[in-house]
Unconditional design. Structure first.
Length: 311
């Protein structure tokens, strides 16, 4: 099979749109690289946060569903339960003080020799900042966060499953992952490498019980592939194996397929391009509400249905 290149993005269901923007852009210092709508529910924003250009592997995306009848979710088996970002190790005290200063509870952690801090975002999502000095990606820098402190991109995700064996076999044979570290109850695999942006930690055997999607939970994790041809070959293999997989879906900035691994976690495989510059220039990313061409005629109604936000 064509190799998976690494993580592409992580998408979560959140509560309030303004609180989400404030946390991602102000607290974490990420760039809002696209303000659009959920293509499957045009009355809901879809925010994309990342580096200057919104490169695959730096992207955190959210659907704010406040006051739309979506219940609070439950973290557990069959779900990504922690989303981790890379920062310089020396910057961890800065981040701890910054987040505490915003009223957040900060917990220290360490996995596989990497120190980190963990907080809950305004919707209850677990966000981890990992000290990863090997991450040489150029950060987005603005405001009062310097280049020596800024987030580099996604470091890893932590997914929770009941039984590790079928999940690991599926990911090895289909996605080409390799085990890079192991400890009781936690296995780390690499997607085409073992660096930041290529890592998935799999928690198993903890008996946490099944997850329930809702506010404050990760909806899916997306992995990057080169192009549409590679994506189609993967889809054909999924069909051959009897795995339920969606058709190729046009997400305007990439194309996607979705399927679940044996432990229940929803995976997406997304193409690297065409990227976020297809409908607005680099300096203006995230400024205007961008709609896919097939709903542009509904813009007045869509804009009226969305809550006002500032950033």
């Amino acid at each position: 099979m064509d190799p998976i290149l690494g993580l592409h993005h992580v998408t979560a269901t959140v509560d309030d749109a303004q609180a989400d923007l404030d946390f991602a852009c102000d607290a974490l210092g990420l760039r809002l690289v696209k303000k659009t709508v959920n293509f499957d529910n045009n009355g809901v924003y879809h925010f994309y946060y990342g580096d200057e250009r919104g490169r695959p592997g730096t992207l955190w995306t959210t659907f704010p569903y406040k006051d739309m009848g979506v219940p609070v979710g439950t973290k557990g088996e069959g779900q990504v339960t922690v989303t981790s970002f890379s920062v310089p190790t020396a910057a961890l005290p800065f981040w701890a003080d910054r987040l505490k200063g915003r009223g957040m509870t900060v917990t220290e952690a360490e996995h596989f020799g990497e120190a980190s801090i963990v907080v809950r975002d305004p919707s209850g999502l677990l966000i981890e900042l990992v000290g990863a000095d090997s991450d040489t990606r150029a950060p987005w820098v603005h405001g009062d966060v310097t280049a020596a402190q800024a987030v580099r991109g996604l470091h890893s995700v932590t997914m929770t499953v009941q039984d590790i064996a079928p999940t690991l076999e599926f990911m090895r044979s289909l996605l080409g992952v390799e085990v890079v570290s192991d400890m009781p109850g936690r296995l780390r695999v690499g997607l085409a490498g073992d660096g930041p942006g290529q890592l998935v930690d799999i928690l198993h055997g903890g008996g946490t019980g099944p997850a329930r999607n809702g506010l404050g939970t990760v909806h899916h994790v997306a992995m990057a592939t080169t192009d549409g041809d590679a994506q189609l070959r993967l889809r054909e293999e999924l069909v051959r194996r009897g795995v339920q997989v969606t058709k190729v879906m046009d997400r305007q900035y990439f194309t996607s397929i979705y399927f679940r691994e044996p432990g229940g976690v929803l995976f997406e495989v997304a193409t690297q391009g065409p990227g976020f510059l297809v409908d607005e220039p680099l300096e203006a990313l995230g400024r205007g509400l961008k709609l896919p061409p097939w709903v542009e005629t509904n813009r007045p109604a869509i804009e009226a249905s969305l809550p006002p936000v500032r950033y």
